[in-house]
Design a protein around this ligand. Structure first.
Ligand code: NAP
Ligand code: GDD
Length: 346
């Protein structure tokens, strides 16, 4: 019998790649979607138009903040595996919406765990934990499963609750529940207000003459950026082991936001040269002196995570997980995809 999976957050970046991956493996995939005033299914459009739709692929209206529908859905679907990816996932915006973020990114995890527990079925549970849990550590890197947590945002604090409630349900009720502590992962499907996609889209728009320049916040923050397609395989591997556990997925490399911008413009044949520092930093086209990057202080966060750099040794040894896409290939993939997309819009 094919296995059945339920994915919350299926319309997001990771949910869409995970759905592709599980369908390829022969799973029956169910996705939870929330009602929006406009369609929010662009990232799974290709699946909705494929042979899988309504045969192996099913969407259900629900909200991760609504316990009743979670209990009902888990009861109806009886999933072998539950992937909890739904969240208010933007760190910067969590400072503007801290209580909402606590509800959706934090408390909703226990709603879903309770729904699984109430069903009486042994569904395996994946929780989308994050490197933001390590946020405030400056001297401890690379970070691994033993590194202490120090969240620096309402998002990080909400995810800390989700991390520990997942561990708690594993220990209290003998549930097969895992935390994937994932460092930043990106792709052409990344939301447009995360920094990598904001940069690659700006490069494409500037090249097409549709945008004058790109304004960013903190250019000095360092992130460990991998490719989302590699990371969804790691999520699945965590649920295929004899025993549940918590795993870091990362590339073991770290780059500044400025390096990402430099690399992205370079893919389009533009070499940036930089002047100034901090909020006075400016990036010019080396060839013609045109201003292409400046700083908008409003994009700085009330508290910043300066350094994320992950050590995936445990996942590599125990799960056999490997990332396949390098930093430069990731930047290239995203810029090329955005150039194609911008050029296809009249
Ligand atoms: P994303 O693109 O922002 O997707 C978030 C998903 O959650 C979307 O499908 C969104 O639906 C859904 N959602 C939000 N609020 C909901 C609600 N109240 N009810 C039901 N669904 C709701 O995020 P992502 O990058 O794919 O990340 C997936 C998960 O991994 C998130 O939990 C994120 O915090 C975590 N994570 C991500 C990274 C990363 O670098 N990408 C790293 C570590 C952890 P709509 O489409 O309707 O908005
Ligand atoms: N979004 C954004 N926009 N970030 C900017 C900008 C800008 O214009 N300018 C500089 N940055 C800096 C942010 O201050 C941060 O230091 C870094 O770029 C990355 O920001 P994001 O791309 O928004 O990602 P994030 O690292 O805060 O959070 C992502 O990764 C986490 C895992 O570490 C999200 O996907 C989270 O959901 C995830 O948990």
């Amino acid at each position: 019998m094919d296995k059945t999976a339920l994915i919350t957050g299926i319309t997001g970046q990771d949910g869409s790649y995970l759905a592709d991956f599980l369908l390829e493996k022969g799973y029956q995939v169910h996705g939870l979607v929330r009602r929006n005033s406009l369609p929010n299914t662009q990232r799974i459009h290709h699946i909705l138009n494929s042979k899988y739709n309504n045969v192996k692929f099913f969407l259900h209206y629900a909200d991760i903040a609504d316990s009743g529908c979670l209990v009902r859905l888990i009861g109806q679907i009886n999933p072998d595996e539950v992937y909890n990816l739904a969240a208010q996932s933007h760190v910067g915006i969590s400072f503007d919406m801290p209580e909402y973020t606590a509800q959706v990114t934090g408390v909703s995890t226990v709603r879903l765990l309770e729904a699984v527990r109430a069903s009486g079925k042994d569904s395996r549970f994946y929780q989308a934990s994050t490197s933001e849990l390590f946020g405030g550590l400056k001297d401890t890197a690379p970070q691994n499963e033993s590194t202490p947590f120090y969240p620096k945002s309402p998002y990080g604090a909400a995810k800390l609750y989700s991390y520990w409630i997942t561990v708690n349900y594993r220990e209290s009720y003998d549930m097969y529940a895992c935390n994937g502590i994932l460092f930043n992962h990106e792709s052409p499907r990344r939301g447009e207000n995360f920094v990598t996609r904001k940069i690659t889209l700006a490069v494409a728009n500037i090249l097409a003459g549709r945008q004058e320049k790109l304004s960013l916040g903190n250019l000095d923050a360092k992130r460990d950026w991998g490719f989302a397609g590699d990371y969804v395989e790691g999520m699945w591997l965590m649920l295929q082991q004899p025993l549940p556990g918590d795993y870091v997925l990362a590339t073991n490399e770290t780059h500044t936001v400025q390096e990402f911008a430099q690399a992205a413009f370079q893919v389009a044949g533009i070499t940036l040269c930089w002047e100034g520092s901090g909020i006075n930093t400016k990036g010019y086209d080396k060839q013609n002196g045109r201003l292409l990057v400046d700083i908008d202080p409003a994009l700085y966060r009330p508290a910043e995570v300066e350094l994320l750099w992950g050590d995936p040794a445990k996942a590599e040894h125990k799960l056999g997980w490997r990332r396949n896409v390098s930093f430069s290939n990731l930047v290239e993939m995203m810029v090329e995809s955005d150039i194609k997309m911008v050029n296809s819009v009249k």
